[in-house]
Design a binder for this molecule. Sequence first.
Ligand SMILES: Nc1nc2c(c(=O)[nH]1)N[C@H]1C(S)=C(S)[C@@H](COP(=O)(O)OP(=O)(O)OC[C@H]3O[C@@H](n4cnc5c(=O)[nH]c(N)nc54)[C@H](O)[C@@H]3O)O[C@H]1N2
Ligand SMILES: Nc1nc2c(c(=O)[nH]1)N[C@H]1C(S)=C(S)[C@@H](COP(=O)(O)OP(=O)(O)OC[C@H]3O[C@@H](n4cnc5c(=O)[nH]c(N)nc54)[C@H](O)[C@@H]3O)O[C@H]1N2
Ligand SMILES: [Mo]
Length: 808
Amino acid sequence: MTNHWIDIKNADSVLIMGSNAAEHHPISFKWVLRAKDKGATVMHVDPKFSRTSARSDFHVPLRSGTDIAFLGGMIKYILENEKFFHEYVVEYTNAALIVGKDYGFKDGLFTGYDAKTRSYDKSKWGFEMDSKGVPKRDKSLKHPRCVYQLMKAHYSRYNIEAVSATTGVSAENLMKVYENFAATGVKDKAGTIMYALGWTQHTVGVQNIRSAAIIQLLLGNIGVAGGGINALRGEPNVQGSTDHTLLYHIIPGYMAMPHNGWQTYDEYVKANTPVSNDPMSANWWQHKPKYFASLLKAWYGEKATRENGFCYELLPKIEKGEDYSYMFLFDRMYNKQIRGGFIIGLNPMNSVPNTNKVRKALDNLDWLITSELHHSETTDNWQRPGVDPKKIKTEVFLLPSAHRLEKEGSTTNSGRWLLWHNQATKPAYEAKPFGDLFCGVMNHVKALYAKEGGTLPEAVTWLDYPEKYDPEDLCARINGRFLEDTEFKGKKYKKGQQLPSFTALKDDGSTMSLNWLYAGSYTEEGGNKAKRRETTQTEMQKTIGLYPKWSWCWPVNRRILYNRASVDFDGKPYNPAKAVIEWKDGKWVGDVPDGGWPPIATGKGRYPFIMSKNGFGQIFGPGRQDGPFSEHYEPVETPVDSNMFSKQLSSPVYKSVNSDMDKLAQPNSPDYPIVLTTYSLTEHWCGGGETRNVPNLLETEPQLYVEMSPELAQEKGIVNGDGVIVESIRGRVEAIAMVTVRMRPLKVHGRIVHEIGMPFCFGWTTPGTGDATNRLTPSVGDPNTTIPEYKACCVNIRKADKLTELAT
Ligand SMILES: Nc1nc2c(c(=O)[nH]1)N[C@H]1C(S)=C(S)[C@@H](COP(=O)(O)OP(=O)(O)OC[C@H]3O[C@@H](n4cnc5c(=O)[nH]c(N)nc54)[C@H](O)[C@@H]3O)O[C@H]1N2
Ligand SMILES: Nc1nc2c(c(=O)[nH]1)N[C@H]1C(S)=C(S)[C@@H](COP(=O)(O)OP(=O)(O)OC[C@H]3O[C@@H](n4cnc5c(=O)[nH]c(N)nc54)[C@H](O)[C@@H]3O)O[C@H]1N2
Ligand SMILES: [Mo]
C-alpha cells in the first residue's frame, strides 16, 4: 500500500476493484466503513456479489479480465471532461515530458515488438533529452509527443459503447463509477483504490495496476490522506516476504537478482544504478551501491572487502532472461530437469494452475523435503486418487513445522508496518520453526563443504550467519550495524552499534544491513520498534489517524508514500483539512516527508516522486514488459474472438509454458463458452491445507461448489444443490451447484456471456469435500510477474450423472 489501513477512513470515494476486502481483509473494512459513515461513496466492481458488495453503496458486475477497458474508459472520461488536477499533473507527473520519436502504437502493438521472441525493445519508449541530458518538458501540455497528448490519443478509443460491450457493464453503471471517482480530482477531495487478486491474477495484471496509477496521478490522489493505490496483500506476511525476497527476480530491498550478464560487482552496480542529470531529481536509487554493498557485508562479513567486490562473484547467478517462478519450475520438473527440492509452507498441488500436470511433475523428483502442519495434497502427492504409490519413486521427507502461534517474530502488514508477535505456546513434539530448520540444514551443508570441498566452497563456507536461529538478533541484523567507529549526524557510534537509518549506509564496507528498507527499525535509541505500541501523536497527525510511534513502517517510518506531492511549491498542503505534511517555521511537520529537502519554491527542493529516476509520477511507464500505457487485451482463454480496441486479441507478450498437458482453448470456443473465475472463502485459507483440518471451519464450508446465475442454471437444466461437472480443456472437476443472483449474465459483444465462480480451497486429503479447482486453470501468466491467470479461463458445465469426489 502507498498508504495504510487507518488512512482509508480519510477517503471521499473508495473504489474496491478486484478485491473482496470485507471477507479477506476484514481490518481494512473497519476503515472503509468509517469513511462511509462520514459520507464517502464505496463502490465495488467485481464479477461476483459478495459481503464487500453488500456493505458498499453499490456493486457493479463486470466480466473477468476486462478491468483495463473499464479503467481506460475512466481515463478518457477524466481527460475529456478536464476532471484532472491540473497543477499536480503538470508539475508532479511526467505528463509534460516529451517522448522520443521512436515511440508509437498501432494495431494493439507498441513499437519495438519482436514477434519471434514475443518481447519488446523498451529502448523505443525513451524520453527526449535536452543538451544536458535532462528530459524535455512542455508544461503547456500541447506538444504532440508530450505524455499528456499521447495518453489522450491512446485512450480516445475507450468510448463508453466499446467499454460497455467488452466489460458487460451497462453505460449507466460505468458513468456512475466514473463520475463519482473523478470528482476526487480537486484539491480538497481524495479517492482510494483498493485492489488484490482480481487485478493481479491476469496476463495483464501489472497493467491493471498501471491503469489505476494513471488515474490516481491524474486526480492528484497519490501522496495524500485518503488516497493512494492500496494493494491488499495476501498470506499473513506476504508484504514482509516480498520485502525480504521470496521471489526469484529480486534480492532484499527490491534490488535485482544477479544474473550471468553481470559477472562482477562493478558490472552489477553500473547496470543497476540509475543516473539522472537533473539536479531537481532526488533519483533515490542512485544510493543503491550503498545498500548493495551493505547487504553483501551482511552476507559475507569480514570476508567481503572492496577489493574482492564484497564477494559478489560468489553469489549464484540466474541465467539472464530465464524464468524461475513456480509455473516454470514445475514445467522443468515435468520435463525431468529438476531432481529434488524443498517445498515448505506451501501446497502447490492445490494452489498452482493446471494441477493435473503439476501433480505429475512432482512424481518425477528423486527426493522432496516438505515441512507442514498437516498432511497435505503436496506432502502426500504419491497417494493421490488414481495413482499407485508403488510406482512413484520420490523419497519424501516430511518435517513437522511449528505453527505461527508457536513462534515469535515479525510480520509486515499491507501498510508496511512491522509488527512483532510473541510466542503463545511452545512447539508441540518435534515441530520446529522454519528458522531452526533452515539454520540446521545450512550448518550441515557448511560443514560438508568445509570437509569435502567442492565447486566454489567459499560461497557457502564464507557465509556469515549465526548458527542458531534467533528472531530478535535477525531483526537487529536486518536493520544493520556500523562495522567501524563512525560519526554520523553529529553523533558518535561504536563498531557493532545499530544504524539509525539507511542514510547512514555506505558502499565502502563500513556498514552492514540485511535490508536497507528496514534500516531504522531496530536502533540504539529505539530498540526493536516492531514492538512499539505507543499512541502519542500531534494534533495534525490525529486529524488523519497517523500513529508514528505504533510499530514502525518502512521506509524511515513514512506512513504515506510520496507525501511531498500533497503540498504545493511552498510546502502548503493542497488540502489543509487533511494535511499529511506541512512546511512550518523552516521545517516539515506531520508525517516523515519523502526526503528532508525544503519546499520547491526555496530553490533547494526536489520533485516529489523520489524513487523514479526523473522524479515524476509515471503516467508514461517505460519500464514494463508490455508497454508504457495500459491496453485492453483479452484473457488468454476468452469467450470472444475479437478485441474492440485493436487487432491484437490477447497480450502479445504473456508468459506460458508448453507441454502436452498445457492445452489452451481457442477463443470463442463452442466447447468452452463460459468464463470461470476462482477465489478464496472467508472460512478457509487459500488452498485449504490448514483450515480443512479445523473441524468447525470445515463444517461452515464443507464442499466445493460453483456459483452460477439462475439464467445459466436454467439453460443447463441445473437446480440449486445438483452435482455438476465443470470442464476446461485441461481437466474436469466435480462441484455442487449454487444457483444465485450473486452471479449475473453479462451482455458482451452483443450477446449473453455467462461467468461462474469457484473457490479453490478443497482437496482430496479431506475426503468428500471435492478436489483441486486448479485442475481447470491454465499455466499462463503476466509478462512482468508471471502471476498466473487464475481469474479468467474458459469452461463448460453440465449436470453430473454420478459423483465420485464429493460426498452427497
Ligand atoms: N478468509 C481469508 N482471507 C484471506 C485469504 C483466504 O484464503 N481466506 N487469502 C489471503 C491471500 S493469500 C490473499 S492473496 C488475499 C486475497 O484477497 P482477494 O483478492 O480479495 O481474494 P479473491 O477472493 O481471490 O479475489 C477477490 C475478488 O476478485 C474478484 N474478481 C475475479 N476476477 C476479477 C476480475 O477480472 N476483475 C475484478 N475487478 N475482480 C475480479 C473475485 O470475484 C473476488 O471477489 O486474501 C488474503 N485473505
Ligand atoms: N485458482 C486459484 N488458485 C490460487 C489463488 C486463487 O485466487 N485462485 N490464489 C493464489 C494465492 S494469492 C496464494 S497466496 C496461493 C496460496 O497457496 P499456498 O501457498 O499453497 O497456500 P496454503 O494453501 O495456505 O498452503 C500453505 C500450507 O502451509 C501450511 N502451513 C501453515 N503454516 C505453516 C508454518 O508455519 N510452517 C509450515 N511449514 N507450514 C505451514 C498449511 O498447513 C498449508 O498446507 O494460492 C494461489 N492459488
Ligand atoms: Mo495470496
